[in-house]
Design a protein around this ligand. Structure first.
Ligand code: 5AD
Ligand code: SF4
Length: 455
């Protein structure tokens, strides 16, 4: 029997990217071949995101496109017996939320695997090829689920995502994640540390400790953390991972209420804990934060920002902001602008509020018009860009340590990588530098990207 080719596309957050890396690792171990094109694939997997309505729409558009491209392939094929329609599997958050109703929405779907069922993907594919129809698995992770990723399946060859906590217990009123990813569950520190040590031996230079809310890290046992002090389990974990000696450690996403300032102290203590904090604020108005049930006020957020800014490590700050939440007034929005001015974020992901069925905010009136949402979005984007340029101007003439990750998409004579503070820098250089950490002097700043020369 010929080897089955699997094409996979991933939408959404780093957790999905990380899940996809493990799905690909598992499938190759089971004898499937991952392929870079949907054309000629036997199986197409879509790992989905449901955080905003737009992300969900994209899925249905993509299924249509895939079906069309395989139909075109069928008619164009010189030997139509050799061509076939691929099996389509939906994974991830939309799969978890919609379950079998997906089969009613789209007849082309063959199977649906929820966020914790991805470890059973090869069994699902086999069953579909054996004739099973409308297969749905929304079950829990199997005992002994393997979190490792093969080198060949990493999205970035020198950077590894390391999940430390899954799910979310926060239930911010707008957010679907607690429903799609379930309750918080932390991985054991000893397993995380063993994995980071393995990655280090294999030549990985940078790890990202990931989770919807890494600050809530709370493992069931102390195993692996015994020798490490800290105000929270997460800051103890940071110290434990730092001691592995891996060159660069980043972590995301942080949740303001659980962001203990001991995290900053840990960053000050260990150079390999990178000088970047992603701390989503969502709004600059206390009334909106209250309605979002974020559990922090703008004052408590800013006190953490002050602590971060006081670090000698020159920690860069990034954030997420939602505009147009129900009942957000012009005054609320002005407070968001004021907050952005104060925090001087290096960058911010801005989102227009998107009502998600099943969340508490879905019951509130979506009463900021599409026009107002767009206007606020653009105004905020302008403010964030201005602030970014102020931060970037302060980088000019300075030298940064860069992990060279890839050849630049826009200019093939240039290489591209991230600083420890998570800014993209492009510079002229040859491909032997890929995977190396180099010193680059910053010469120019454009939107979201710095340009420099190796020194
Ligand atoms: N509408 C708009 N943005 C949202 N986010 C989460 N849920 C929604 C929603 N319903 C944004 C938040 C979060 C980021 C990952 O996505 O800003 O931090
Ligand atoms: Fe969603 Fe809030 Fe959890 Fe973040 S902390 S994943 S915004 S519920």
């Amino acid at each position: 029997m010929s080897v089955k080719k699997v094409y996979m596309e991933t939408f959404g957050c780093q957790m999905n990217v990380s899940d996809s890396e493990r799905v690909a690792t598992l499938l190759e171990a089971k004898g499937f071949q991952m392929t870079a094109s949907e054309v000629g694939a036997d199986v197409v997997l879509l790992n989905t995101c449901s955080v905003r309505e737009k992300a969900e729409h994209k899925l249905y558009t993509r299924i249509g496109q895939i079906r069309k491209s395989s139909a075109d392939n069928l008619t164009n094929s010189p030997d139509s017996k050799d061509s076939k329609r691929p099996v389509i599997g939906i994974l991830g958050c939309v799969a978890q939320l919609e379950g079998e109703t997906l089969f009613n929405r789209d007849q082309g779907i063959n199977f649906v695997l929820g966020t914790k069922a991805v470890g059973r993907v090869s069994e699902a594919i086999d069953k579909v090829f054996d004739g099973q129809k409308n297969l749905v698995d929304l079950g829990e992770r199997e005992f002994g689920y393997d979190w490792t990723v093969a080198d060949s399946q990493r999205q970035f060859p020198f950077v590894a995502f390391v999940p430390i906590i899954e799910g979310c217990n926060k239930f911010c009123t707008y957010c679907i994640v607690p429903f799609s990813r379930g309750r918080e569950k932390s991985l054991t520190a000893s397993d995380i540390i063993r994995y980071v040590l393995k990655l280090r031996r294999e030549g990985i230079r940078e790890v990202h400790l990931i989770g919807q809310n890494v600050n809530s890290y709370r493992p069931l046992s102390d195993c692996g953390l015994e020798k490490f002090t800290g105000a929270t389990a997460f800051s103890r974990l940071l110290r434990a991972v730092a001691v592995t000696g891996i060159e660069r450690i980043k972590f995301t996403t942080s949740f303001p209420r659980d962001f203990h300032t001991d995290i900053v102290t840990a960053i000050d203590e260990y150079e390999n804990l990178c000088n970047w904090v992603h701390l989503p604020v969502q709004s600059g108005s206390n009334a909106v934060l209250r309605a979002m049930r974020r559990g922090h006020t703008i004052e408590s957020y800013l006190s953490r920002i002050d602590k971060i800014k006081a670090s000698p490590r020159n920690i860069s700050l990034t954030t997420d902001i939602i505009v147009g939440f129900p009942n957000e007034t012009e005054q609320d929005f002005l407070e968001t602008l004021k907050m952005v001015e104060y925090c001087q974020f290096t960058s911010a992901y801005i989102f227009k509020y998107s009502p998600r069925p099943g969340t508490p905010a879905f019951e509130m009136p979506d009463n900021v018009s599409a026009k107002e949402k767009s206007e606020r979005f653009l105004e905020l984007e302008k403010a964030v860009k201005n602030n970014q340029q102020k931060v970037f101007q302060s980088y000019l003439g300075k030298t940064f340590k860069l992990l060279v990750e890839k050849i630049s998409n826009k200019n093939t004579t240039q290489l591209s990588g991230h600083t420890t503070c998570q800014t993209v820098v492009n510079f002229e250089g040859s491909s032997e530098l890929l995977g190396k950490i180099v010193n680059v002097e910053i010469l120019e700043a454009k939107a979201n990207t710095l340009y420099g020369k190796i020194c």
